[in-house]
Design a protein around this ligand. Structure first.
Ligand SMILES: Cc1cc2nc3c(=O)[nH]c(=O)nc-3n(C[C@H](O)[C@H](O)[C@H](O)COP(=O)(O)O)c2cc1C
Length: 156
């Protein structure tokens, strides 16, 4: 299987840490079984030159929202907007296989809401969620979700 590509944005480092753990975990899986794909993690930031994606990718996006009353209406996305702009650039959304949200459950209804909003806006599945840096179990689960989703698309 081809390498899985993960585009992520991280402001305070949690999502970057999760992406790094996922890359390491995939490496170990690949060593044990060469059929298991590696993960290439690519950070998107305000400095990124936008590129037209020609291969499939996943997105990992944390949640930074302002205002609103805990429900979708009236919330304003902060900090992560570049990720949304990147997915919306040219035909990039056509290659997005799934969105992985992260956040903090203390935010209740707004937990992972940016990923949910992207999922709706760009018509790609909300694949998984994790809190903060994610646990070892989250890494295992989300790697599996990505592998299965990729296989599903290849078999279509
Ligand atoms: C100002 C601010 C607003 C946040 N708003 C939300 C929110 O609406 N929903 C949520 O689930 N998490 C929210 N969080 C938690 C972050 O999404 C969480 O800490 C995440 O792991 C940060 O990822 P990063 O370190 O990769 O930037 C917020 C955090 C901050 C500092």
């Amino acid at each position: 299987m081809k390498n899985l590509r993960l585009l992520y944005i991280s402001i305070a480092g949690n999502t970057r840490n999760f992406a790094e753990n996922l890359v390491e975990y995939a490496k170990k899986q690949h060593e044990l079984d060469s059929e298991k794909p590696l993960v290439d993690a690519i950070e998107i930031s305000d400095q990124t030159d936008f590129a037209e994606e020609s291969e499939d990718y996943f997105v990992s996006v944390p949640t930074y929202l302002d205002g609103g009353d805990g429900i979708d209406s009236g919330v304003k996305e902060l900090m992560t907007n570049t990720m949304g702009e990147y997915i919306g650039y040219k035909n990039n959304q056509d290659h997005c296989l799934g969105i992985i949200g992260s956040g903090n459950r203390n935010f209740n209804a707004q937990y992972c809401l940016t990923a949910k909003r992207y999922s709706r806006e760009f018509h790609c599945p909300f694949l998984a969620d994790f809190e903060l840096r994610g646990s070892d179990r989250d890494v295992v689960r989300i790697y599996q979700d990505m592998v299965e989703r990729s296989a599903e698309v290849i078999n279509q």
